[in-house]
Design a protein. Structure first.
Length: 164
């Protein structure tokens, strides 16, 4: 699971140029009103994982990955607002579509990991003017990190024979 967040980050950088900041979620948005991000942004985390044993210290895992998307909602979206403001207010939905298109069912994670499959979406209400939506993906993977590694070595024996 070492590279899941980095692989997702690289995929979003390559395919969703509208995102201005993409990183592992270490609580950046908890420091509002001055979060160290640019909007819109995506914060990535492994929320949980469940494992089953396959024997010989090999496990199959299913991880839940959460992508939290944030944008500052500065545009009016009411019926009386100008059309350009309404369109700007709806850009989060395009962002959600683009992120999902980049991740859902795509082969880009390293060996031993399956394709991310979207499981749910959740809107989180905030009181700071920031619009937050969370996308949840499951990723199946094989963990063989505990399997012992055996090395073959060759040794030469030197025998000394003393004759009497």
């Amino acid at each position: 699971m070492n590279n899941i967040i980095e692989d997702i980050q690289n995929k979003l950088i390559a395919e969703v140029p509208a995102l201005k900041y993409i990183d592992q979620d270490w609580g950046q948005m908890d420091f509002y009103p001055n979060p160290p991000v640019k909007f819109p942004c995506a914060l990535i985390d492994i929320q949980s994982a469940e494992y089953s044993d396959e024997g010989k210290l090999i496990q199959q895992g299913d991880a839940v990955i959460v992508i939290r998307l944030f944008d500052m909602k500065l545009s009016n979206s009411s019926n009386a607002a100008p059309q350009s403001q309404k369109e700007n207010a709806k850009k989060i939905w395009t962002l959600l579509k683009d992120v999902n298109k980049a991740l859902h069912g795509q082969y880009f994670l390293d060996n031993g990991k399956g394709r991310p499959m979207r499981k749910s979406m959740r809107r989180a209400k905030r009181n700071d003017g920031c619009y937050q939506t969370e996308l949840y993906y499951s990723v199946h993977f094989t963990d063989n990190s505990c399997v012992p590694v055996y090395y073959e070595t060759t040794a030469e024996a030197q025998i000394t024979v003393t004759l009497l």
